[in-house]
Design a protein around this ligand. Structure first.
Ligand code: T1G
Length: 677
């Protein structure tokens, strides 16, 4: 070990048991110096005749949480991961893994080469590599079927969800549950008791279980895995374990791992792993800035958004006061919340008593004055600036000093809203995405005068209620909706020129989006933002709205819908498009799918470049996070700005110019450098 190698693995002796301790904050990732330390310390323990058994444990909050993802794609350093693991498995003395926190990915693979596993009940064990577009590349797909059987191994590797230790014990993945506060001692005692039994190399155990589960998983998850490569590669490796000798299975796993590692999907998914965590950081703000204390939350508006927003807080135990103008609207809103919770309880997400408890946290009210004791007040009323300014003007007089005043506006100028109060420092936007209790994205809109601690508190609260919060600057539509606009405008133009709604939507669905522009419009409501004057028909959308084709809720929008909301192409819509085309004197022509990509997806990248140049997003990866968590952009494509790098910024800029767009300066710059964002 050279002088500059960080010491992240040490060894202690407890009589005839050696305890090897990993300490590599924050998650004991298997960085190169950890692998080096494991190799050195296991060699020393095995060479020491006084040592009869070995315990491997970790300091800090968790057992090993996997390979060090930040090392991927860099020049390899330190000993090969598989070589270190094979050495541990071949140990001539029994080796026991002592697990707390999480044993994930390479961490569980390390525990699997240990001959026995002891865990505290609160620990979780899993192989989440599939969520990074990968598979367990250090023998996990070959050893898991030998410990927990094919069914559990196939499920764990292809879905990537961790298993709580008590369940892991039932599965045979954990041999003994330790006391929450006595893991080290219990593991040492367990190891001492195994001296007589000796080592139990996992590779020598037989694979067991029914390989039929693999096809069942594929069928069950076909929709969820559409476009993804990794789930299928994981299953192929587990299937290989059922028919190949261990070493050949290991070689097959290695080959499949390298294919994924070299592919764009894993690069994209690893990008999002770090991007999501980066988004939580506010450049220029100290990490330990003092946050405002938020104990009680106020919601103004009990409509779909207000009710959904409130549900996030109730689920985390926040008492909420919700204000509506009329009793009937208040009752309706609370009824929807109760119905949603009852539906979740019916699916086993909540116990009935939990639903009662959450509903018990609600204080309904008809006066804004009821919000006087709230620490955070979120306005979720009609998207009208005058209405919002009036409310914030009143809140200024009602809310207690230091209360955070947030608007759920999805487009409007937060600075103008803030200016309607005498405390603009306390005002910002908290833009939730519908359904607000489901969608993970929260755009936290920073006004020019928003105080740093208010911004930091809103971001922290967002994380606390399970959201992925991203800082956005004040501009029309902030980040997500601002990029949506050019896409929707071009999609409408393409209809006039000869594309059909179904063709445009299919291009987007084939790309990996959950739905295309017109399917989304029908779901959200074609009438959103419509001027509501049936006699003013200036666009295809106006024409649809004028005759009541407001989308799924009316069983007619860009598509026709049966009473089960199954869509079909509409002859009436085709007629309306034809009428508009004739009036506009536009010649119908064949439009290629590639042109649809260039005219609906590329302009989003262009708008993202403008957003970055204007400082309305802190970083390109924040824009990616917005589109992954707010609109369902396929994570295996990494978000619009990451994807632009894969697609080629030069190719994008050239196509945008060809179609008559003005190319954003930053995009031009990237295109000239042939680089991504
Ligand atoms: N490598 C490098 N950094 C990691 C990391 C990892 N595996 N896991 C977390 N971090 C960083 C993270 O970026 C953040 O950094 C900090 O640690 C705290 O993370 C060969 C190929 C363990 C459940 O996929 O699921 O093993 O922002 O904010 O909420 O088969 O981290 O502070 O600078 O998430 O308490 C497989 C990924 C890897 C697990 C903790 N393992 N990590 O959650 O903290 S591939 C994983 C997590 C692999 C082998 C394969 C979570 C956590 P910063 P955090 P947390």
């Amino acid at each position: 070990m050279s002088e500059d190698t960080p010491v992240s693995v040490t060894m202690q002796k407890d009589g005839d048991v050696a305890v090897i301790i990993v300490n590599n904050p924050p998650v004991n990732a298997l960085s190169w110096h950890v692998r080096q330390g494991l190799e050195d310390n296991f060699k020393a323990a095995l060479a020491d005749d006084g040592v009869k058994a070995i315990v491997l444990r970790c300091d800090g909050g968790t057992f090993i949480a996997g390979a060090d993802i930040s090392e991927f794609g860099k020049a390899p350093r330190g000993p090969d991961f598989n070589a270190v693991l094979n050495m541990i498995e071949a140990a001539s003395k029994p080796v026991v893994a002592a697990i707390h926190g999480t044993a994930l990915g390479g961490g569980l693979e390390t525990a699997l080469v240990c001959h026995y596993r002891v865990a505290v009940p609160s620990a979780k064990l899993g192989v989440p590599e599939v969520k990074l577009g990968l598979l367990p590349g250090a023998g996990g797909t070959q050893r898991l079927p030998r410990v927990v059987g094919v069914e559990a191994a196939a499920t764990m590797t292809s879905l990537g969800d961790p298993v709580p230790a008590p369940k892991a014990k039932e599965m045979g993945l954990v041999d003994e549950l330790a006391g929450e506060d006595s893991l080290a001692a219990d593991a040492i005692a367990f190891a001492r008791a195994k001296i007589a039994d000796g080592p139990r190399p996992t590779r020598e155990r037989a694979v067991f279980g029914d390989v039929g589960v693999i096809e069942q998983l594929k069928t069950k998850n076909a929709k969820r895995w559409r476009g993804f490569e990794a789930p299928y590669a994981n299953l192929a490796c587990v299937e290989a374990a059922t028919r190949l000798p261990f070493e050949e299975g290991l070689a097959f796993e290695r080959q499949e791992f390298m294919k994924l590692m070299m592919g764009s999907q894993s690069a994209a998914q690893r990008h999002i792993f770090f991007a999501e965590r980066q988004a939580a950081k506010i450049d220029g703000l100290p990490k330990d800035i003092k946050l405002r204390d938020v104990k009680k939350v106020g919601i103004i508006g009990a409509g779909t958004m207000g009710g959904g927003i409130m549900m996030n807080f109730l689920q985390k135990g926040f008492p909420c006061t919700i204000v509506e103008m009329q009793q009937e609207a208040l009752d309706r809103g609370l009824g929807v919340v109760r119905k949603n919770y009852d539906a979740s309880a019916a699916k086993g997400r909540f116990k009935p008593e939990q639903v009662d408890q959450m509903m018990g946290l609600i204080t309904p009210a008809l006066e804004l004055e009821a919000l006087a004791d709230c620490d955070l007040i979120i306005e979720a009323v009609y998207e009208n600036m005058d209405v919002k300014k009036e409310i914030f003007g009143k809140l200024d007089k009602i809310a207690k000093p230091g209360a955070i005043l947030a608007s759920n506006t999805s487009y409007l100028d937060v600075n103008e809203i803030a200016a309607s109060t005498g405390r603009p420092g306390d005002v910002l936007g908290m833009h939730f995405f519908s359904p607000a209790n489901v969608m993970k994205l929260l755009e936290v809109v920073r006004g020019d005068k928003t105080a740093d601690d208010v911004l930091a508190t809103a971001m922290a609260i967002g994380k606390k209620i399970g959201k992925v919060a991203v800082v956005a600057g004040v501009c029309h539509g902030f980040i997500g909706n601002r990029m949506l606009a050019p896409r929707q405008i071009e999609a409408q133009k393409l209809l006039l020129e000869g594309a059909t709604p179904a063709q445009v939507d299919k291009v987007h669905v084939d790309f990996g989006m959950p739905m295309g522009p017109f399917q989304m419009s029908d779901l959200a409501g074609v009438d959103i933002g419509w001027h509501r004057d049936p006699n003013r028909i200036e666009s295809i959308r106006d024409a649809l709205c004028a005759e009541g084709r407001w989308g799924q809720k009316k069983q007619a929008g860009f598509y026709d819908y049966d009473d089960k909301r199954n869509p079909s192409e509409s002859a009436r819509v085709a007629e309306i498009i034809e009428q508009f085309r004739a009036k506009a004197g536009v010649e119908k022509r064949e439009i290629s799918d590639q042109e649809i990509v260039e005219r609906t997806l590329y302009p989003m990248v262009n708008e993202g470049a403008l957003i970055l140049s204007e400082g309305k997003a802190q970083r390109a990866s924040d824009i990616d996070v917005v589109w992954i968590y707010g609109y369902g952009w396929p994570v295996y494509r990494g978000g619009p700005m990451f994807w632009a790098g894969l697609e080629g910024t030069d190719k994008i800029a050239a196509a945008l110019e060809k179609h008559g767009f003005e190319v954003a300066p930053l995009l031009k710059e990237k295109a000239a450098a042939k680089s991504g964002f």
